[in-house]
Design a protein. Structure first.
Length: 134
């Protein structure tokens, strides 16, 4: 009988720009990358005009350590247009504390659909739309 419901976080990004959202950085503090239900599959870039599961993570079922990660997707500076970035932090503690997550869209990128995470619960999925800021 399973008493432990695993901590899971998945992020789908709808890229509504004309540029690829490159994966600028990723940091796995603890947990297991798991994109598309495949352990070990880390975050990926999001092609222009596409919708993809860009990132997934879950807690280890052996260590019960929760998860914590940071990822940044971005577009480069173009002429007088500033660069843009989408920065995500997500943390799900296993035995103590509360769930935490944050998202920031900067430069010429606007992020829609962010709702944060509940301080309780174990499984979260977000779908974000990234557009150019006006």
């Amino acid at each position: 009988h399973k008493y432990f419901e695993p901590y899971i976080y998945r992020l789908t990004i709808h890229n509504r720009t004309l540029e690829d959202l490159e994966l600028v950085s990723r940091q796995l503090v603890y947990g297991i990358w798991s994109r598309g239900g495949v352990d070990g599959e880390g975050p990926i870039a999001v092609p222009a005009g596409q919708t993809v599961e860009a990132m997934g993570i879950h807690a280890s079922e052996v260590k019960r350590s929760g998860y914590e990660c940071r990822c940044v997707w971005g577009v480069p500076e173009k002429g007088n247009d500033p660069a843009g970035a989408v920065s995500l932090f997500s943390g799900g503690p296993c035995m103590s504390g509360r769930n935490r997550a944050g998202l920031d869209g900067s430069g010429r990128l606007l992020v829609q659909g962010w709702t944060g995470v509940s301080t309780i619960g174990h499984q979260f999925e977000h779908e974000l739309t990234v557009r150019y800021a006006l």
